[in-house]
Each structure stands twice: as C-alpha cells, then as structure tokens.
Design a protein around this ligand. Structure first.
Ligand SMILES: Cc1cc2nc3c(=O)[nH]c(=O)nc-3n(C[C@H](O)[C@H](O)[C@H](O)COP(=O)(O)OP(=O)(O)OC[C@H]3O[C@@H](n4cnc5c(N)ncnc54)[C@H](O)[C@@H]3O)c2cc1C
Length: 536
C-alpha cells in the first residue's frame, strides 16, 4: 500500500481506543487506515507478564513519564503521571483491572444531553468487545476480542479482606460489572492464560496482517493539517524526519487525555489567547480544549502482614522468587500472573448516597512509592480511591514545541469535599482492616500509622502522600453545548473531518477504572464513523 496515497482514516495513537478503531475501521477491507504510534512495538516480555506492570513506571521506552505541576494543595509535589507510549498505549502498562463503572455514570452522560450514551445504549458495546471467561449473559459478552478473566488462585489476605468487609455488613459480590456494583469481592482482569490482554494484543494483533491497515510505530504526530476548517491530514516526525499523511475521510485523535488536547492545541485548536501567546496560528477558538481534567485521587494505606505470603516476601527471597518464576512458567499463575490489585470493594461514605463513592482495593505488596523497591517486611497495601471528584483541572501546552510535555494540573483537593470524602473512606477502610479475619493477619498499620487519628490528620496525609489512579479523562469533553469540544458523535465542534476518540471525551469521570470504558467509547465511535461514511 503506497504510503503517499491518501487514507480514509488516520488514527493518532495506538492505545486502548486507537487499537479498537484500527481493527474495526479496517475490518471490511473497504477503507485505507493509517495508525500512527509515537512509541515502539510491544516486544518486551514484561509488557505481557502481568507483574511487569511494576517495571514500567519509570521506563522511558514505554512510558511518557509525565508529572503533574507542583501544587500547594498536595504539598507542592510533582505527582508522577505515567502514560503508555508503546503499541497498546496505557493498556500495555496498566494494572489489568477490568471495571466499567456504574450504570448511573453513563445515565448521567445521557442526562447531560449526550444522546446515545446512557448505560443501556453503551452496554452492547461493552459486550461486543468482551470475551468473558464465565460466558455471556445480559451484562457480558463472549467471543469478543478482549479477554476478561478471573484470577486463577485465591489469596489468604484477599479472602480475609473480603470476609472482614462482609463481617462489617458490606455486601459480597462476584461481579463488579453486573447489575450491582456495590460490595466486596475478587476483581476480573484483562488477561488470558496468565498473559496481559492489552488493546494491542486483543484488537491489533488480529488485524495487523490486513492489506488496508498501515501501522507506523515511532511516529510522533506533531500537527493536524487543515484546509480552512477541514482536517486534511497529519504531520509527524519519525527518525528525526518530518513526514505528512493525507486523509480524504477523517483524522481521529486517540492520543489519550493528556496528548489529544495537547495535539489539538499545537494544531491551533484551543483557547485562542493562550495559543497566540505561544505563537501558534489559531484555527478555531475552543476554550474547552484541555479543560475539565478529572482523575481519581487516591491514597495507599500500607499494612504489615503477620503471614509471610506477600509479594514482598516472594521477591525479597531469591529462592522464593525462583519458585514463583517456575510456577509461572509451568502453570501461568502465582504472583507473576496477578494484576495490580486482586480484590476490591465499592462502598458509600454516606449511607444515604445512591451509589458508592469510594473504591478500595487490596494489593499484595508494599513500597514507599509505587514502582520502587518493595519493603523488606511482609506488607500489603490498600488503595483507597475517590470515585467522583468535584475538582477539575487542565492540560495546557507550555510552548509550540510538540516534544515538550504540557502542563498537567489536576487540581487535586481544590474542592474541600474531595478530601473529606476520601478521608472518610480511609477511616471506613481502617475499620474493615481492624475486623477479623483480616485483623488477625495484620501486625499494624505502617502508613499512615497510629499518629494519624482524626479526619483532619487523614487529610494532611492525603496532601502529603495522595496520588493519581492513572485515570485522567475529560480534557476534550463531549457535550451538546457549544462549549464542549466534541459533539455526541465525537466530532470536534466547528471543524470538519476531525474526531477525538479516547478517554478525553468523557464528560464526567466514571466511578471505576477507565480502560474498559475507553474501549467501549472506541467500539461505539467506530460504529458512528462507519455509519457517517455510509450515509455520505
Ligand atoms: C500505570 C497505569 C495503570 C492503570 N491501571 C488501570 C487498570 O488497572 N484498569 C483500568 O481500567 N485502567 C487502568 N489505567 C487507565 C487506562 O489504562 C487508561 O485510561 C486507558 O488505557 C486510556 O486509553 P486511551 O486510548 O485514552 O489512551 P492510551 O491508552 O494512553 O493511548 C494513547 C496512545 O497514543 C499515543 N500517542 C500519544 N500522543 C501521540 C502523538 N502525538 N503521536 C503518536 N502517538 C501518540 C501514546 O503513545 C499511546 O500509545 C491505568 C493507566 C496507567 C498509566
């Protein structure tokens, strides 16, 4: 396929959304599709071995290594904000947890005027993408590209975590993606036979042999090309050379919630004054581009375990480490097959609330900072996550240089209620941990520890140790209003031939992890794009 001929679709970014689009838009063979990815191929075995997750936090080969701007509300820390830079994007480096959020999240999107995005509207797209290990039912699909699996083996600490929550009166659930999202139970993972099911593995591998799909890695898109207000192609840099590709159909931005608004702004689509100040010619004054950033602020509570059954124990002892390797090689289970968390709970900090506002999960390891050396003692952590933050932030370019990272300002804790709700969630988690059977397995709380008593103390701990859940969304907000960046068909308002399809379009963050929702968004977008093409 000659690269100089125009494409029907140019997709920027081979992440969770981009891989789905590349597959679906090229499936009929009728459309010429170009997929550009700034990162390289997903060859490293540690991408595919789930535990490799821990190795990618600081690895520039697969990670953009962003950091948020310092902010007094979080003790002026530059909180690391990793993003995948490799085929599969963040789905190649994420924690593998498969969670969709609540029915109410999508119903709210619909209530905001986004026709076609209620839970009942989007459920078919979740089902379409899914290959659920337990088989199909009203909520789940089987036979789709994305493997969703149960953990192979239970773990005594995860069992105890669930039992203690149940002892405190919380419901037990074996499916966070079924009719009821509330309760405690084991998680499911985007995984097949102990190997990661990234979007690249699930959607790109089966499509990459197609003659009408051209995948170019190490191609960093630097600008959308316009003829007036119509997008006509992409400029990108590969091996130090600037190249262009022409789109006769559409340019689709799937660079994720940090890079899609960045690329729009670099291309002259964004807050006009800011762009002019940086010397960028304005194509469209869209103040919403880069606005409305939302993320799940979280905190890691760390516990010392009385049983030496944690990942710390396995990795701090060479013999046990070797046993784990052998176990994985032979049976594809054990610690190497585990996602970031094993079990979780969704609960309410206010019993009068309609739905849970906190997610707490248990991870079978502990470290001072995520991605760093594990503690020398038997330790586990619980990540407590604020599901519906009120704080809103921004992603804004700092210069016209496409290789300079944008300023990422999530404004964590700027709304006092966010800190109050998360602090309450932490106190409730403490009560669960203090209840048998888990209480019998815990030596003590290592972080924040006994000096953190009141909610005010806890908020201070949040300021000094809180972090991102790696779920930035919302920076190219979908909406029916003029201030929205994209309309409910994900077309950039005021321009032709240009869509954004990725986590950036979420008007409001979902109450759960963001990979499955992003894959759903791309499934639905692919249908809309093909429908629009068919209708001419
Ligand atoms: C460490 C980590 C752990 C996570 N854990 C979980 C989890 O357990 N469960 C869950 O559901 N979610 C998790 N997430 C979040 C989830 O993976 C993301 O929300 C989701 O993958 C976002 O998909 P996306 O398509 O919007 O962006 P991405 O998957 O990030 O894809 C964007 C792609 O575009 C490429 N790109 C960007 N700019 C350019 C450019 N200018 N030119 C060319 N290519 C470009 C990038 O390199 C990348 O490959 C995690 C994320 C991280 C980083």
């Amino acid at each position: 396929m000659p690269h100089s001929d125009p494409y029907d679709y140019i997709i920027v970014g081979a992440g969770s959304a981009g891989c789905v689009l590349a597959n679906r838009l090229s499936a009929s063979g009728r459309h010429r599709v170009l997929l550009l990815e700034a990162g390289g191929k997903d060859r490293s075995p540690w991408i595919h071995i789930p535990l490799g997750y821990g190795k990618h936090f600081t690895n520039p080969k697969v990670n953009w290594l962003y950091a948020n701007e310092p902010d007094a509300a979080v003790a002026n820390r530059r909180i690391p904000n990793p993003r995948g830079k490799v085929l599969g994007g963040s789905s190649s480096i994420n924690g593998l947890v498969y969670i969709r959020g609540q029915r109410e999240d999508y119903d709210q999107w619909r209530q905001l005027g986004n026709d076609g995005w209620s839970f009942d509207d989007v459920l078919p797209y979740f089902r379409k993408s899914e290959d659920q290990q337990r088989g199909a039912d009203a909520y789940h699909g089987a036979g789709g590209p994305l493997a969703v699996s149960d953990p192979k083996t239970p773990h005594p600490l995860a069992d105890a975590f669930i039992e203690s929550a149940v002892a405190r009166g919380y419901p037990r659930t074996d499916d966070f993606n079924g009719p009821n999202h509330e309760g405690f139970g084991y998680l499911q993972f985007t995984q097949r036979n102990g190997l990661r099911a990234s979007a690249a593995v699930a959607f790109l591998r089966p499509a990459r042999g197609r003659a009408n799909l051209h995948i170019v890695t190490r191609a960093h898109a630097t600008r959308v090309l316009f003829d007036g207000t119509r997008a006509t192609g992409i400029e990108y840099v590969r091996n130090g050379r600037t190249e262009t590709a022409e789109a006769r159909g559409e340019v689709i931005l799937s660079g994720g919630a940090i890079n899609s608004p960045q690329l729009l702004q670099l291309s002259g689509v964004g807050p006009a004054q800011h762009l002019r100040d940086l010397g960028i010619a304005v194509v469209a004054d869209r103040p919403g581009v880069g606005d409305n950033l939302q993320d799940h602020f979280n905190i890691r509570m760390v516990y010392r375990s009385r049983i030496p059954a944690t990942l710390n124990d396995a990795l701090n002892n060479p013999l046990r480490g070797a046993r784990e390797l052998a176990r994985y090689a032979l049976r594809r289970d054990g610690f190497l097959a585990m996602g970031a968390s094993v079990a979780a709970g969704f609960f309410k900090t206010d019993p009068a609330a309609a739905t849970p506002d906190i997610q707490a999960s248990i991870t079978l390891f502990s470290a001072d900072k995520i991605g760093q050396k594990l503690h020398p003692f038997s330790g586990f952590s619980s990540i407590v996550r604020l599901l519906r933050p009120q704080s809103r932030g921004t992603v804004m370019i700092k210069s016209a240089d496409p290789f300079e990272a944008p300023a990422i300002q999530p404004n964590f804790l700027h709304q006092p209620r966010d800190g109050e709700v998360l602090a309450r969630g932490c106190q409730l988690l403490r009560r669960i941990v203090a209840t048998p059977p888990l209480a019998d397995l815990v030596e003590d709380e290592y972080l924040p520890g006994p000096d953190t008593v009141s909610d005010a103390d806890m908020i201070e701990f949040l300021r000094n140790a809180g972090a991102t859940s790696f779920h930035p969304v919302g920076t190219c907000r979908m909406g029916p209003d003029d201030a929205a960046v994209v309309d409910p068909r994900l077309r950039v308002r005021g321009l032709a031939g240009l869509r954004v399809v990725d986590a950036a379009i979420m008007p409001v963050i979902v109450s759960g992890n963001t990979n499955a929702p992003t894959i759903m968004i791309a499934e639905k977008a692919a249908d809309m794009i093909l429908q629009d093409a068919a209708e001419g």
